[in-house]
Design a protein around this ligand. Structure first.
Ligand code: VG1
Ligand code: CO
Length: 576
């Protein structure tokens, strides 16, 4: 019995410079490789130290590509630059080659933002792609890593496929690998390798930004944006890449091409540990940007997450645009974006916990509105069916059917297009919006890494409480405010494109809503999310502080769930 290295060395094909393609290595299946909201996310140490952990998952992904298609198949590979990404890419190369995949297209040095991968998959008609990211989770040797599979539409694999990957991973006994195959990720161009029994295997290293930039030029009015950012009456912007993948995209597109000064973009070199920070664009983790904006030096600010699909938008003096409001404002001003003039607006969508701000715009403009579960994968089917043009999530995700992922830089250029058209400030645009449509006050409380059992028990008990017949109609009070329960349900969604009907949909406009949800992207313990949405159309009340406005509802939510007592926490980790 030879070990891998001896086996490879002894192989006559290897000696002729050919990479052995049929080397099955014995492995043991893992029971915990179930992809969550957005791929498989675990601590780096789990991927690194557990034997064959990453290899098993990569093999499970590639196993869902039909063997009959592999010799004509191209996969796109890219990631957010975090620690372990390059190792994972080398494994993908070796495993893809040994499984008969013909062609890989990889971003230079492995770098490619999540929206750019989606763009490239669509552009070159690849069968899919593999994205190496744990998004907004911290990186580095003690941080998180993640692997996500996208399908030929460019979108995250739907649940049917992620379930299949999970089933394969639970039974995996061996994987195929060419352990000797090494690619130079820095060199743009094609590298070809002879692999036994298959056609020559091609690895193509491409510029990380080019295809994506070309796409944006078609969507937006670049001369107008250039005028806004560098013309005689230009505004000043501050963009914070948070040491994530979007840095090179900002530099090339916003600075070099649209003329914004180089110092308007910060933290633009992707780092393996994101400089030791959470690459998470919210008021807590992007506090640097918020503080800088307070000086009033900049008219517009934005931050992005590790893989470049999320965005946070701020106006002068740090005026915060809630993501639920952001997608609603883009919808209300959608004619500022040339792309939609060409395609028309086919429909709008938001995830279930996202506030109803978008619903108000949809109603006023008589557009179709879809409410989907959390996670971008649910928007894809609607887009493919030509039912959806613009969508968003409360978790700083905004995007359109130009690709099948949320797109941070796209959202920023969408906002800049609105500024260029309306010649107003971010604050004026939002205040106008609330005057026209009313305002959905929204907040989200995150309790990160709480005890899993306590979190599950809390949700179970809430379900039991809600299903008591007397729950609907019950009155809850906090201070001088009282609320009566109108609807209590467990959100269920059946994809409308597949012809089936959604169950338990909340019909009609609610006044306010409280939602509890467990996160599907955490890597340790459980994360409880509490979402609160309260609609106000009285013009006297729309400028209040959301936290003050929503305090009674927070109080009621905490009382009903006993969240603090059950988790031993005294408050959330992050408030949005
Ligand atoms: C979170 C967000 C969800 C988002 C997902 C992936 O999921 O709530 O809206 O789509 O992250 O975003 P969860 O299950 O933890 O609530 V990204 O930028 O991390 O790929
Ligand atoms: Co992300």
């Amino acid at each position: 019995q030879l070990n891998t290295a001896e086996w490879v060395a002894a192989c006559p094909l290897t000696q002729r410079g050919c990479v052995r393609g049929e080397l099955p290595l014995k492995t043991k299946p893992y029971a915990d490789q179930k992809p969550g909201t957005s791929g498989l996310r675990k601590r780096v140490t789990v991927f690194q130290q557990n034997q064959h952990y990453a290899e098993n998952f990569i093999q499970s992904i590639i196993s869902v590509v039909d063997p009959a298609e592999r010799q004509a198949a191209t996969l796109v590979v890219g990631g957010d630059g975090r620690f372990f990404m390059k190792d994972a890419i080398q494994l993908i190369v070796q495993i893809a080659a040994a499984n008969g995949i013909n062609h890989l297209v990889i971003g230079q040095n492995g770098i490619m933002s999540t929206p750019a991968v989606s763009c490239v998959i669509r552009k070159i008609k690849a069968v899919g792609g593999i994205i190496l990211t744990a998004s907004h989770n911290p990186g580095g040797p003690n941080g998180d890593f993640g692997i996500k599979y996208n399908i030929s539409s460019g979108g995250p694999a739907p649940e049917g496929i992620t379930n299949k990957i999970f089933e394969i991973s639970k039974a995996l006994q061996e994987y195929h690998i060419c352990p000797d195959l090494k690619v130079d990720l820095s060199k743009i161009g094609k590298q070809t390798f002879e692999v036994e029994t298959f056609k020559p295997f091609i690895v193509e290293i491409v510029d990380s930004v080019e295809a994506y930039a070309e796409m944006l030029r078609d969507i937006f009015d670049f001369p107008a944006l250039k005028n806004l950012l560098s013309g005689p009456n230009h505004i000043n912007v501050r963009l914070d890449a948070m040491h994530g993948v979007v840095g090179p995209y900002i530099r090339k597109i916003v600075c070099e091409e649209l003329g914004s000064p180089a110092n308007s973009a910060v933290n633009c070199v992707p780092q393996e540990d994101f400089g030791g920070h959470h690459p998470d664009p919210n008021l807590t983790y992007a506090a640097d940007l918020v503080n800088t904006m307070k000086s009033g030096e900049y008219d517009f600010g934005a931050a992005f997450d590790g893989d470049g699909d999320r965005n946070m938008v701020l106006g002068k003096h740090g005026f915060f645009v809630n993501p639920s409001d952001s997608v609603a404002a883009i919808a209300a001003n959608i004619t500022s974006i040339p792309y939609f003039k060409k395609t028309g607006v086919k429909g709008l969508a938001r995830s279930m916990p996202t506030s109803g701000a978008l619903d108000n715009v949809a109603k006023a403009l008589q557009m179709e509105l879809y409410e989907t579960p959390t996670g971008w994968k649910f928007f894809g089917n609607l887009m493919d069916a030509g039912k959806l043009s613009l969508c968003g999530e409360e978790s700083f995700g905004t995007g359109s059917d130009h690709i099948r992922e949320k797109d941070g830089l796209w959202a920023v250029l969408a906002w800049l297009s609105i500024l260029a058209t309306r010649k107003q400030s971010v604050e004026e645009i939002m205040k106008n919006h609330w005057q026209t449509f009313g305002r959905n006050f929204f907040t989200r409380y995150d309790y990160e890494e709480v005890d899993s059992d306590a979190a599950n028990k809390m949700i179970k008990d809430l379900e039991a409480q809600m299903s008591e017949p007397s729950f609907v109609g019950k009155t809850f009070s906090s201070g001088d405010k009282s609320y009566v329960v109108a609807v209590a349900d467990n959100f269920a969604y059946t994809d409308p494109v597949d012809g089936s009907v959604s169950k338990n949909q909340v019909n009609g406009m609610h006044t306010c809503e409280i939602i509890f949800r467990l996160s599907g992207t955490g890597s340790a313990g459980a994360t409880i999310r509490l979402y609160i949405d309260s609609y106000e159309k009285d013009p006297q009340k729309i400028y209040q502080d959301p936290q003050v406005m929503l305090a009674p509802l927070v109080d009621i939510a905490l009382k009903v769930s006993q969240l603090h007592e059950r988790t031993g926490r005294t408050g959330p980790t992050v408030i949005t």
